[in-house]
Design a protein around this ligand. Structure first.
Ligand SMILES: Nc1nc2c(ncn2[C@@H]2O[C@H](COP(=O)(O)OP(=O)(O)OP(=O)(O)O)[C@@H](O)[C@H]2O)c(=O)[nH]1
Length: 262
């Protein structure tokens, strides 16, 4: 039954809720995780920030005409992957970042890819990952060739891009949207149980000998897990990760406060 006065046609239900996609950005310190995240969210390049802050940002995106509620966790591991469950059990896809002018960060990205491969094996699921060689604008100081990046990505069966957080926004956006597409493909192929995070007040029950670069992660029982809390819908509202949340009780902070932007 159709109507000419704006009432919905029969069969046209309410618009479907946006697909929820969680992305985690991994990589060695200084690789450019925060700069890429903030470039994607604000189109700006930020030169200074607190390297110890680990935040999760929320953004409404449209990818291939589909609304996506995207959450991006800008992780801050100390030197090597640590307490990896907080992102391994949360993210639907991963961006692994190194800096083309740092061999050390490239080696770090390899550790993260190994960690993801181990996790996928343990969970018997596919976790899409994209390898990003950042700071392409610093190509004259390259320590890692494009071929090396592509070879590493090929070894782990993931996509590879070279990008720069201080150059073209569209390219950075394209990379994030590619990650969303990969996550969406995987979610459609095998929908997971609701995302979970570890409740810090309860220790994980037992550990399995599954390690990568010093990161041991735990086999989780439902006893130690809670459902992810709902995230604020506002664009560019910082939502603390579960770990940070427990340290700082306030659920939100103003994004970019104190950051130098140019
Ligand atoms: N030239 C250039 N500098 C960049 C780029 N991306 C990041 N930087 C700079 O590299 C430094 C580290 O960048 P961050 O984004 O803080 O790196 P990170 O991976 O988040 O580092 P941690 O927070 O310590 O884990 C900062 O001084 C940035 O301004 C880039 O694409 N080009």
């Amino acid at each position: 039954m159709a109507s000419v006065f704006g009432k919905p046609r029969a069969g046209s239900g309410p618009p479907s809720a946006p697909l929820e996609v969680n992305l985690a950005i991994l990589g060695r310190r200084g690789a450019g995780k925060s700069a890429l995240t903030v470039k994607f969210l604000t189109k700006r390049f930020i030169s200074e920030y607190d390297p110890n802050l680990e935040d999760t940002y929320s953004s409404e995106e449209t990818v291939d005409h589909q609304p996506i509620h995207l959450r991006v966790m800008d992780t801050a591991d100390p030197d090597i992957p640590r307490n990896c469950e907080r992102y391994l059990n949360w993210a639907h896809a991963f961006l692994v970042v190194y800096s083309v002018d740092s061999r050390q960060s490239f080696e770090g990205s390899s550790s993260y890819l190994e960690l993801l491969a181990l996790h996928a094996k343990e969970m018997q699921r596919c976790y899409p990952a994209l390898l990003l060689g950042n700071k392409l604008d610093m190509a004259q100081y390259r320590q890692v060739t494009k071929a090396e990046g592509a070879a590493l990505a090929g070894r782990f069966g993931c996509f590879f891009f070279e990008v720069s957080a201080c150059l073209d926004f569209k390219h950075v956006q394209h990379v994030f949207h590619e990650a969303v597409r990969e996550a969406r493909r995987e979610l459609e192929r095998s929908p997971p149980a609701r995302p979970l995070f570890i409740a810090e007040d309860r220790a994980p029950v037992h550990q399995v000998p599954l390690t990568a670069s010093g990161c041991t992660f735990n086999t989780l029982s439902t006893f130690s897990l809670k459902e992810m809390p709902a995230v604020a819908q506002a664009k560019l509202v910082t939502v603390k990760s579960s770990r940070a949340q427990s340290k700082r009780k306030a659920p939100t902070l103003t994004l970019l406060k104190g950051f130098k932007i140019f």
